[in-house]
Design a protein around this ligand. Structure first.
Ligand code: OAA
Length: 447
C-alpha cells in the first residue's frame, strides 16, 4: 500500500506497535480532506472533537487538534461528539491508504479481562477473541452455565425497548444478532449451538400503539393475525404472527465457551471484589457484570427486576404464545418449554415462590390448555439487570497515578438475547480503540 497524499494537505502517518497503521490528520486537514460524514456534516464541520475514527473499521484515524503535540495528552478523552462522528464515519465511502512499512514497536499481547460469565460476558469475549488477534481474553465470573441469569431466560429474540437508547441503534443491534444467529441456525453448528427457529403469536387484550413494532422487518414472516386465528384466544382482540430465533441455554452458552477456548480464551472462576485487583494483571477490563456493576463500578442506576419461570416438559408444543403485555408467555424449546412470567421491581431474592408458580401455570394453561398434561416442572428465578439504557462506553478509572482502561457492556434488562451479538460487536470496537490508544502510548514512551 502507498501513502495517499491526496487526502488533506499533509497526512502524517504514525505506525503503531504492530497493530495497524495509524493515520494522523490534523483538524484543519480534516476539514480540507474529501471526507464526508453523512448525517453529521454539521458536527464534523463546526465542532471538531479530538479522538479516533475508524474508517471502514480498518484504519484507525486519529483526528488531532492543529497542534499535534497537544493531542497525545488528550487521547484518553472521548468526546461525545466524537463518538457520533465515529459512528457515521464507518458508513462513509473513503479510501485512505497508508504505507506498509513494518511497525516500529510491536506491542506485546494485550491482556483483556472480561467480568461476567453469562451471555454478555461470553459473547463479548468471543467477539473480541475473533476480532483482535494480538490479545488474550480471560472471562472472570462467580458463575458459569448452568448457574447464570441467562440460563433462566427463555432466550427468544423479541426485542424489549430501551428507553434511553436511540431506536436506530436498537434496530441495528437486533438485526446484527438475528443475522448472526440465523447463519448459525443455517449451518451444521445449529444443533451444537442450540439455535432453533420458532414461530408463534403475540396477542393483545387492547391493540398496541405500534401495530408494526420496530423489529417487525427483522423477524421472519411478520403479519397481523387473522380473525380466525384470534378466535383461539377469546379475551384477545389483536395479534401478530411471526417466526423468530431462540437460543437454548445451557447449549448456547456452552457453545460460546467452546468457541472462546478454541480462540485461545480462558475462564477463571471467582468473584472480583474490587476492579483494581485486576490492575497490572490485565491491560483492559471489559465489564459485563450486569447487576454486579452496582457495587463494582458504583452504578446506582442499575437495579433488579426479578422474574420467575417454570421449565416444563411438553414436547408436543412447537408454537410460542406471548401476551403482548409481557405478563404471560409460553416458549417451547429443545429440551423444555419456558412458562412465565413475573416482573418484581427491586427484588433481589433468587428463591422461587410456589404460589407464584401456581399462578404462572394458571395463566399459561388459560392460553394453552394442553399444558394441563405436563409433568416435570422446574422453578427458576432470575434477576434482570435494568437501567434506562444499555451502558456501552469506554471509561478510564484513575487512582493515584494509575489508569485502568474499562469498556462497559451491561444493563440489557430482559432483552439481552435479542441484541447480544450487536452489543458485543460494539464493545469489541471500543476495545479495539483502547488497544490502539495503549499501543500509541507505548510507542511514544519508547521514543
Ligand atoms: O418478555 C418476554 O417475552 C420474556 C422476557 O424476555 C422476560 O421475561 O424478560
Amino acid at each position: 500500500m502507498s501513502s495517499n497524499r491526496g487526502v488533506g494537505a499533509r497526512l502524517t502517518e504514525a505506525l503503531v506497535g504492530g497493530l495497524r497503521p495509524l493515520i494522523v490528520l490534523t483538524l484543519r486537514e480534516l476539514s480540507h480532506a474529501p471526507l464526508h460524514f453523512g448525517c453529521c456534516d454539521t458536527h464534523s464541520k463546526t465542532e471538531h472533537p479530538t479522538g479516533q475514527i475508524n474508517i471502514k473499521g480498518r484504519y484507525p484515524l486519529l483526528v488531532l487538534p492543529d497542534r499535534a503535540s497537544d493531542c497525545v495528552e488528550t487521547q484518553d478523552v472521548v468526546h461525545p461528539l466524537f463518538l457520533q462522528i465515529c459512528a457515521c464515519a464507518q458508513t462513509v465511502s473513503v479510501t485512505l491508504t497508508v504505507s506498509d512499512r513494518p511497525a516500529i514497536a510491536p506491542m506485546d499481547t494485550v491482556k483483556i479481562a472480561v467480568i461476567g460469565g453469562g451471555l454478555m460476558g461470553l459473547s463479548t469475549a468471543v467477539c473480541i477473541s475473533e476480532s483482535i488477534p494480538q490479545c488474550s481474553v480471560t472471562v472472570i465470573s462467580e458463575a458459569f452455565s448452568p448457574n447464570t441469569t441467562s440460563d433462566v431466560a427463555a432466550g427468544v429474540l423479541i426485542p424489549h425497548k430501551f428507553q434511553g437508547t436511540p431506536i436506530h441503534q436498537q434496530i441495528n443491534w437486533f438485526k446484527e444478532t438475528f443475522d448472526y444467529l440465523f447463519s448459525i441456525y443455517n449451518s451444521a453448528e445449529a444443533s451444537d449451538a442450540g439455535i432453533i427457529l420458532l414461530s408463534g403469536w403475540q396477542i393483545f387484550q387492547t391493540p398496541p400503539a405500534e401495530k408494526y413494532p420496530f423489529w417487525s422487518d427483522v423477524v421472519l414472516g411478520f403479519r397481523l393475525m387473522s380473525d380466525s386465528e384470534l378466535k383461539k384466544f377469546p379475551h384477545y382482540v389483536f395479534g401478530q404472527a411471526f417466526a423468530t430465533l431462540k437460543c437454548e441455554c445451557p447449549p448456547y452458552l456452552l457453545w460460546l465457551e467452546k468457541r472462546l477456548k478454541r480462540n485461545g480464551g480462558q475462564e477463571r472462576a471467582g468473584k472480583v471484589q474490587d476492579v483494581w485487583e485486576l490492575y497490572g494483571q490485565y491491560d483492559i477490563v471489559v465489564n459485563c457484570a450486569g447487576l454486579g456493576s452496582r457495587e463494582l463500578f458504583g452504578d446506582k442506576g442499575i437495579y433488579p427486576v426479578q422474574g420467575q419461570v417454570l421449565k416444563v416438559h411438553a414436547p408436543w408444543l412447537t408454537h410460542f404464545v406471548r401476551d403482548g403485555s409481557g405478563s404471560t408467555y409460553i416458549y417451547p424449546g429443545i429440551s423444555s418449554v419456558t412458562l412465565g412470567g413475573t416482573r418484581v421491581q427491586n427484588e433481589w431474592s433468587l428463591k422461587p415462590d410456589s404460589s407464584v408458580s401456581k399462578e404462572i401455570f394458571r395463566r399459561c394453561t388459560a392460553l394453552v390448555p394442553s399444558l394441563e398434561g405436563v409433568q416435570e416442572t422446574r422453578e427458576k428465578v432470575g434477576l434482570r439487570p435494568i437501567r434506562p439504557a444499555v451502558r456501552l462506553e469506554r471509561e478510564v478509572l484513575l487512582r493515584g497515578g494509575q489508569r485502568l482502561h474499562v469498556v462497559h457492556n451491561y444493563g440489557h434488562g430482559g432483552g439481552g438475547f435479542s441484541v447480544h451479538r450487536g452489543t458485543a460487536k460494539e464493545a469489541t470496537r471500543l476495545v479495539e480503540e483502547t488497544v490502539t490508544l495503549l499501543s500509541n502510548t507505548m510507542t511514544k514512551s519508547k521514543l
